[in-house]
Design a protein around this ligand. Sequence first.
Ligand code: 13P
Ligand code: SF4
Length: 331
Amino acid sequence: MDARHGIGGSLKGLDLRAEIDRLRKERNAVILGHYYQKPEIQDLSDFVGDSLELSRKAAETDADVIAFCGVRFMAEVAKILSPEKIVILPDMEAGCSLEDSCPPAQFKAFREAHPDHIALSYINCSAEVKALSNIIVTSSSAEKILSQIPKEQKIIFGPDKHLGGYLKRKLGRDMLLWPGVCIVHESFSETELLKLKAQYPGAPVAAHPECPPYIVDHADYVGSTSGILTFAKTMPGETLIVATEPHIIHQMEKAVPEKRFIGAPGADGNCNCNICPYMALNTMEKLYVALRDLTPRIAMNETLRLAARKPLDRMLEMASATVGQGDVGAR
Ligand code: 13P
Ligand code: SF4
């Protein structure tokens, strides 16, 4: 039951999967899903991917409607890149703590205080912050993009201080970091991770670079969701400890069912704090209603869209350039 969407009992008895499939055809819609979505949503998505792959798909699709099963900044990117399309998000409240940690007015003031710096911004930010940035990066493109920026260029990196800190350490770049965090990756516990490593001796750890350094420092592989998925498929061992949002394990279990994947625990060892509460707002019911009513819909002022598009286009160009590394990659 969801009062905000007026869903209630009206969907009783509906075969939601069949109805979503029917509406997808009727609307000429493409359903894009992030790896942190519930398994049933991943399974019905036309494409499941990380932030960079989803941006590329959104830019190239010829569908009339993009149903974005992810969070709001991802759906905004789809609208920025494909303005002629209707972009729907099953729940408009699906935000992101990184976006919340970087209010545009404060970011603007920070930029103005450092006029000799360019701003490299993680895609997990609002369209307004994108519009105030020079280049956007994702976790799978950040290292490659940074390697194309001259060493002497001063850089502000926001809003994720952990991804920024990881890049600083790995590439030896001195960047000014905005102090934002992802509440999900911030919740992993070093003590619990060490207990798990002792329980599964020899099992590698794969971590997302949004994790704090005390988690990343124990990882054998650090990368985006798609990088972690590739590592899970190609690593030689039987067991992998996964330090990112645990819904990605669904794809690992589908791809390599003979291997064992164990989610790294949160603070007290058995909380659900490593499940993204924003991603979890999307449900089959809300996706059905969104496709039926073509709402909630992303709308954006054209001046803002054009300003936010520039740094996104830079990202897409630089991420496709034939230099350097792809993902933030192996440590
Ligand atoms: P990627 O899928 O690009 O690694 O991003 C992870 C994330 O936190 C998305 O919100
Ligand atoms: Fe934002 Fe973290 Fe959720 Fe990704 S996992 S959407 S970064 S809060």
